[in-house]
Design a protein around this ligand. Structure first.
Ligand code: SF4
Length: 420
């Protein structure tokens, strides 16, 4: 295979992969004990993010952009008139090793269109990971996409070589999927997720008894949803996330603002802005659910089906629940402190630690590095000064907005482009 042809394939297949955002690599503990190549120990591999949070440190490619399916939202769909290409298994192995040696990447993110069948494609994805691990002694990070409908046997093999596995749900609701990808069946996404979840539990419990038990998908599984292609509300999206987190122990759900790529009347038209700010607000909500103890219904419910794009979801919740404030910084429990807009968990722990020794006032909080620009409207402390002064939610919102410019309002950067 000539260098030019490989380069051309790389251009096509890296470009096709850029629409998949589920590539963060945190959480793997694969270590390199001997003379192998690469290391994904501890915090996972090094990350490099674009300003909107996308990870760029992996070689992120498709095995092929041929596909037997015709999902309306996908650039790889069979009816799309684009240049097609496919890598051989060995080509992906060689590229990964070469890029790794040159320090271009810390690992591999490999996805694929579906050629022939789910198992035929999955077999090849697994073969790449297997060769890298067994023949090249590669210990870097590997994230494999699981092909919907792939057999249990292949999913089991995939988990033995990959750090992370993911099946993309793509469209948040069954109705949306039926509209945009009628050939697809939601059960085909669920089946590999169930298998991976069960195998992770099994391997983890075996490892407690037998130390030599191999790791199975040590960085767990994740999924991705496309936002803004099929008209779902934020409430529907976050309930879907909540279901998948709880039911399948997912490590992450990724939200990818739909990039208009076709003149299909079922979809937003070409030229429609990518909903980057909405995507960001969904990530913030996801974070509040996973680390701040919020339930979906507190942030999104029938009265508030979509997130306020002007303010972050914690501030939005606080403005609707002013009766729960102000919170006394010297008395409130961890749960309530974590609900104060502007207080991150680091600040919460600092406050809890510091107040064991003295009553805190505004000066103490400032010295501790607590960001008070929003928090001051929701807190009281020893000094008893309280900034809200009987404002209503909307009044307080406009006061806060006047005093701050959201960094996210400027984010309208185009989709990440690798190798350009
Ligand atoms: S099956 Fe996957 S790659 Fe193929 S058209 Fe649908 S979303 Fe795209």
């Amino acid at each position: 295979m000539s260098f030019e042809r490989t380069q051309e394939k790389l251009k096509i297949l890296a470009d096709a992969a850029k629409y998949d955002v589920s590539c963060a690599s945190s959480g793997s503990k694969r270590s390199n004990s001997s003379k192998g190549l690469g290391d994904a120990t501890g915090m996972g591999i090094c990350h490099s993010y674009t300003e909107d949070g996308r990870c760029v440190s992996l070689l992120k490619i498709l095995l092929t952009n041929y596909c037997i399916f015709d999902c309306a939202y996908c650039v790889t769909r069979k009816s799309n008139d684009i240049k097609r290409a496919a890598f051989q298994v060995q080509e992906v192995v060689d590229l990964t090793i070469n890029f790794y040696r040159r320090n271009y990447i810390e690992g591999l993110f490999l996805s694929s269109g579906i050629f022939k069948s789910a198992d035929y494609t999955m077999e090849r994805l697994v073969a790449v990971a297997k060769k890298l691990r067994l023949e090249e002694n590669f210990h870097g990070y590997i994230h494999l996409k699981s092909i919907p409908g792939a057999s249990d046997e292949l999913m089991k093999e995939a988990g033995l070589y990959a750090d992370r596995l993911s099946v993309n749900i793509e469209i948040p609701t069954k109705e949306g999927l039926k509209l945009l990808a009628p050939e697809k069946n939601r059960e085909d996404f669920i089946k590999p997720m169930v298998k991976v979840k069960n195998e992770i539990i099994l391997y983890n419990s075996e490892k407690k008894l037998i130390k030599s038990t191999p790791k199975f998908a040590p960085a767990g599984q994740s999924t991705q949803m496309i936002i803004g292609a099929s008209g779902e509300s934020d409430q529907q999206i976050m309930w879907t996330s909540n279901y998948f987190y709880k039911k399948f122990n997912l490590k992450r759900v990724y939200y990818s603002g739909y990039i208009p790529i076709s003149y299909d009347s079922r979809l937003p038209q070409i030229g429609t802005a990518v909903p980057m700010l909405r995507e960001n607000r969904l990530y913030q909500t996801d974070w509040l659910m996973r680390f701040y103890g919020f339930e979906v219904h507190e942030i999104l419910n029938n009265d508030h089906q979509n997130l306020d794009l002007e303010v972050d979801p914690k501030l939005g919740w606080a403005l609707r629940n002013l009766e729960q404030f102000p919170v006394d910084v010297n008395k409130a429990d961890k749960r309530m402190l974590a609900r104060v807009p502007g207080l991150g968990m680091k600040s919460v722990y600092k406050i809890l630690q510091a107040r064991r020794f003295r009553n805190l006032n505004w000066e103490h909080l400032q010295k501790m590095g607590v960001a008070l620009n929003r928090a001051k409207y929701f807190l009281i402390c020893q000094s008893r000064d309280f900034e809200r002064r009987d404002l209503t939610g909307p009044q307080l919102k406009s006061l806060i907005l006047q005093n701050s410019t959201s960094k996210y309002q400027k984010i309208l950067s185009p989709q990440l482009s690798l190798f350009e």
